[in-house]
Write a protein that binds this ligand. Structure first.
Ligand code: ADP
Length: 163
């Protein structure tokens, strides 16, 4: 049977830390859906279409990856795409406490589901989408924390303000 995982997150934006988790999981799963959890009331910083487009570019040569977005419960999206695994990255003890509760609740809602955690590669531990957004808001250069194909040079902050 095909081992299908989803890697859910906001990916606002997708970072080298996220990319590393997905690539390391290639040996564990046959198919990985990178799925942006989307909430119409909390739209995020970068437009959804931009986030999806950037991630598609990162994995354009990796047929085992599919990029989607979903509204609603992660477990419902798992059922929809027949995923039996949720992939998550763990950076810190704080991540662990948060992730533990979500994973246990997801398991209670969908007993056939397992959450698989990969520990962050040490050099990526401090890379967070929140810090990257702050750098960008202040006009800084966040390139070194982003996959090569995530090209923020073509992205104008003024466009966001007009959203
Ligand atoms: P969420 O909004 O669900 O926290 P994120 O987009 O921030 O989503 O992160 C998605 C997943 O990627 C989470 O499991 C998070 O722990 C993991 N992650 C985020 N940054 C890193 C990193 N630098 N290294 C490894 N995993 C990471």
């Amino acid at each position: 049977m095909e081992r299908i995982a989803i890697f859910p997150g906001s990916f606002d934006p997708f970072t080298i830390g996220h990319e590393s988790i997905v690539r390391r999981a290639f040996s564990l799963f046959d198919k990985i859906f990178i799925a942006i959890g989307y909430n119409t009331n909390k739209r995020g910083f970068f437009p959804l279409e931009k986030r999806v487009g950037w991630i598609k570019q990162v994995f354009e040569n990796d047929p085992q990856v599919e990029v989607n977005y979903y509204e609603g419960l992660t477990v419902d999206f798992c059922r929809k795409v027949n995923a039996k695994y949720i992939l998550r990255g763990l950076r810190t003890a704080a991540d662990f406490e948060y992730e533990r509760a979500i994973a246990q609740i997801n398991k209670a809602m969908y007993p056939g589901l397992e959450t698989v955690f990969l520990l962050t590669t040490p050099e990526y531990t401090p890379v967070t989408s929140t810090i990257i957004r702050d750098i960008i808001r202040q006009g800084g250069d966040a390139t070194k924390f982003l996959p090569n194909s995530v090209d923020l040079k073509t992205f104008r902050i003024e466009d966001l303000e007009n959203e």
